[in-house]
Design a protein around this ligand. Sequence first.
Ligand code: URA
Length: 237
Amino acid sequence: MIRLNKYMAECGVASRRACDKLISEGAVKVNGKLVTQLGTVIEETNDTVICEGRMLTPVRKNYYIVLHKPKGYICSVSDEKGRKTVMDLIDVKTRLYPVGRLDYDTEGMLILTNDGDLANALMHPKHEINKYYKARIEGSISESELMQLRNGVVIEGKKTAPAVVRILEKSEDFTTLEVVIHEGRNHQIKKMFETVGKNVVFLKRTAIGDLRLGGLARGKYKHLSPKEIEILKNMTE
Ligand code: URA
């Protein structure tokens, strides 16, 4: 159910206020019947709206969302094990696709969109879009292990591309690193560290290309601004 003026605006007729004017002036018919009552609600999937003799169809709306995924959520639309999904955090009725998955226990930046072409392009390896991660491992890591990760390590028979790997912080029990990769293989960061005998205990994606997660609170999402959508699209050119 949707208000008639909103539906008309979504069909690209005019602003909601201008649509109200058209309704009161008698320019609009719903299912063949003249409607002049402001505030009329229609069922957009069943009702036919004609405005000034033209049948309306909604302009497809694309959504571009950045979510700060918390751990404990999976990146799919539904889960056979009944776990919470990222869709539980988003109040958008359209089906959205996550651009590249984060593991159940990984947090951070996730882009979701219903623009399938862009989603596929963003995930295509040829664009080599950098993904920035903060990873915490148990214990310490040596310079030669860091070099191995930077140069590429073999995961499931295939060498990873060169990566940026640098230490951000060391404590007695843990080391926190920044890792930048452009591939998107399954559990890639965890597996990379596994090859040098390290266990990742915390993983967060902080940025994708030129877009940063910034101060977005955990579990919250925002719609990208037109400028940010442009930045996103430019990543695939
Ligand atoms: N690498 C991982 O191991 N897990 C993620 O969720 C993302 C990258």
